[in-house]
Design a protein around this ligand. Structure first.
Ligand SMILES: O=P(O)(O)OC[C@H]1O[C@H](OP(=O)(O)OP(=O)(O)O)[C@H](O)[C@@H]1O
Ligand SMILES: Nc1ncnc2[nH]cnc12
Length: 227
């Protein structure tokens, strides 16, 4: 477990980070508890602590690419990239990048969206991490991983500040997540997007007063799906 391995479970920084994230009920629509990281950005200490947690983890992992997901991944990714000596690669929504791109469509709760990367931004064999503010269903991270793998990068981990439970897949996932994993709902929601692209990737969620790393390798989930 990430918390145990890294001593983060009792990391005093996590509470401050948690408290700095505002939760806005019923935004942008009824029933959504919106996790608003703009209040975290206003709090210098909490913002720095958030970046530092990821920097602490990735600075000695020979990462050369920090890929940030538009829009909120852009708020954390560049600071992490600068601190660990990596380049920052924006994964943008459609028709924002002016050069040649490759695209990856993904499903949202309602409808679809798409991420794009500039051809040539990443070289084959580079070691990459993906940064975003939040993971819900995991569809966005799955698309980000696919894009990076299509240009030959090795996606080492994905890191998000917040994990939110995906209500639709809670029942499905609860069976697969060990009881001692403190963020079962969120971690499990990733399983609903389990694809071959996850086979190389790990997920880190630092949220509220707890942190979790889920290893998304096939053996952890595939084969246990008896739905
Ligand atoms: O795990 P998922 O279900 O894919 O959802 C997570 C994504 O949703 C939010 O972005 P959004 O698409 O709302 O775009 P924005 O950052 O431009 O607001 C969030 O910042 C993540 O990127
Ligand atoms: N609960 C939530 N808060 C903020 N952004 C989100 N994106 C998807 N779910 C979200």
């Amino acid at each position: 477990m990430f918390a145990a391995e890294n001593g983060l479970k009792s990391d005093p920084r996590l509470q401050g980070i948690s408290e700095a994230i505002r939760v806005v009920p019923h935004f942008p629509k009824q029933g959504i508890m919106f996790q608003d990281i703009t209040t975290l950005l206003l709090d210098h200490k909490a913002f720095k602590d958030t970046v530092d947690i990821f920097v602490d983890r990735y600075r000695d992992m020979n990462i050369s690419v920090v890929a940030g997901v538009e829009a909120r991944g852009f708020m954390f990714g560049p600071a992490i990239a600068l601190a660990i000596g990596a380049k920052f690669v924006p994964l943008r929504k459609p028709r924002k990048l002016p050069g040649e791109v490759i695209s990856e469509a993904y499903e949202l709760e309602y409808g679809t969206d798409c991420l794009e990367i500039h051809v040539g931004a990443v070289q084959p064999g580079e070691r990459a991490i993906v940064i975003d503010d939040l993971v819900a269903t995991g569809g966005t991270l799955s698309a980000a991983i696919s894009l990076l793998e299509r240009v030959g990068a090795e996606v080492i981990e994905c890191a998000c500040v917040i994990g939110v439970p995906d209500v639709k897949s809670n029942l499905w996932i609860m069976r697969f997540i060990p009881n001692d994993m403190p963020f079962r709902d969120s971690a499990g929601s990733m399983a609903s997007h389990f694809t071959s692209s996850w086979s190389h990737a790990k997920l880190i969620i630092a949220v509220k007063d707890r942190s979790v790393r889920m290893t998304m390798r096939g053996a952890d989930f595939a084969g246990k799906d008896d739905t």
